[in-house]
Design a protein around this ligand. Structure first.
Ligand code: PLP
Length: 400
């Protein structure tokens, strides 16, 4: 298999399911069938001239594990192919992917426009840490492209979104926001964590870079931390330069876990989505549930947009029940199967009360204005039987 400039396969039209299993592998002299895990921090050269050629970049190849490892390369190649990206740079975590992207694209005096509903640590990074280095961020509430348009300044260099959002599953129009960014010489960066490349490929919709927390669906089994930045080589090369120097590098072991996780990603995303849709329908029919937020439901206000840019609704839903915190905690505390944890993208279903956990540091007024009420619960639907998941939630719901 060869990979073209666009990152897609040239000499055959393999489907994503095949690419997930087969792409990116290089075999050693031993002909191993499964991808090898290379645990080495450095590499030996044949001669002084050989070492010099590797260090200068005149010859491609491994140099030092802060920025080169064959297992990490295989993982990067496989994810690049799935995202339809020319290149992928793997990082130690999703947050280090975001930091490395910011360090690559921004400098003091630059301005960022970001959605208000992005991951909490990403908000902190832009709002407090980068602010200390003279990079200012405007956070936009809501999904309307007009809101982003209004926030753009002459110095805006990056527009940052996550779609669907957490926990309310708001859907952002990637193509419309790419147009706004490009009209201002800014880059659109999309955190594609919730969908993975199986359900949504932002680069094909005009995004400049895609971010992943590989900790979530790409591993998919809650084992390791990892991250990635995918896009055209001109941009990922800048990310790579930061990583090479600063060292937020993905470990070979974690790369190997993620590489193997990618093989089952198409199957898992289909199963997560099917389970989530069925659970969303059943919750929507429950008398104590006032609202269900799930892009795959026709009742979702942006269902049409979601179905245009995603293949299915994904694995994450939230729902609002009648009553306040007490009622929500009653549902949580009666669960015996669902794990009470804020993680997501795992085979095991997780349940969170955002108002008292992931979104507890926001003022109650700000929370209310973004729609995260005391009665809201978020579920990252796993691969268990949907009947068992429903029965577990009914323990508490039936007491309300
Ligand atoms: C978890 C998460 C991150 C951060 O990833 P880590 O691997 O935990 O650093 C970023 N974005 C989203 C949407 C996430 O869910």
């Amino acid at each position: 298999m060869t990979v073209s400039e666009s990152g897609m396969t040239n000499d055959n039209d393999w489907d994503l399911a095949t690419l997930a299993v087969r792409s990116g592998q290089t075999r050693s002299q031993f002909g191993e069938h499964s991808e090898a895990l290379y645990l080495t921090s450095s590499y030996v050269f044949d001669s002084a001239a050989h070492a010099a050629a590797r260090f200068s970049g005149a010859e491609d190849g491994m140099v030092y594990a802060r920025f080169s490892n064959p297992t990490v390369s295989m993982m990067q190649e496989r994810l690049a192919v799935l995202e339809g990206a020319e290149k992928c740079v793997a990082t130690a975590s999703g947050m280090s992917a975001i930091l490395s992207t910011a360090m690559a694209l921004l400098k003091a005096g630059d301005h960022v426009v970001a959605a208000r509903s992005i991951f909490g640590a990403t908000q902190q990074l832009f709002g407090t840490i980068l602010a200390r280095f003279g990079i200012e961020t405007t956070f936009v509430t809501g999904t309307a492209p007009e809101g982003f348009q209004a926030a753009m300044q002459p110095s805006t260099r990056m527009l940052f979104i996550e779609t669907p959002s957490n926990p309310l599953t708001e859907v952002f129009d990637i193509a419309a926001l790419a147009d706004i960014a490009h009209a201002h010489q800014a880059k659109l960066v999309v955190d594609n964590c919730f969908c993975s490349p199986i359900l949504q490929r932002p680069l094909t919709l005009g995004a400049d870079l895609v971010i992943h927390s590989a900790t979530k669906y790409l591993d998919g089994q809650g084992r390791v931390l990892g991250g990635a930045v995918c896009g055209p080589k001109v941009l990922t090369e800048e990310v790579f330069k930061f990583l090479r120097t600063a060292g937020p590098t993905l470990s070979p072991f974690n790369a190997w876990i993620i590489l193997k996780g990618l093989e089952t990603l198409p199957l898992r995303m289909a199963a997560h989505s099917a389970n989530a849709l069925e659970l969303a329908k059943r919750l929507e029919a429950h008398p104590k549930v006032t609202r269900v937020f799930y892009p795959g439901l026709p009742s979702h206000p942006q269902h049409a947009l979601a179905m245009r840019q995603q293949t299915t609704g994904g694995g994450i839903l939230s729902f609002e029940i009648e009553g306040e915190r007490e009622a929500a905690w009653c549902v949580v505390d009666h669960c015996k199967l669902l794990s009470i944890t804020a993680n997501l993208g795992d085979t095991k279903t997780t349940l969170t009360h955002p108002a008292s956990t992931t979104h507890s540091r926001i003022t109650p007024e700000a929370r209310a204005s973004t729609g995260i009420t005391e009665g809201l619960l978020r579920i990252a639907v796993g691969l268990e039987s949907v009947n068992d998941l429903e029965a577990d939630l009914m323990r508490g719901l039936s007491l309300l």
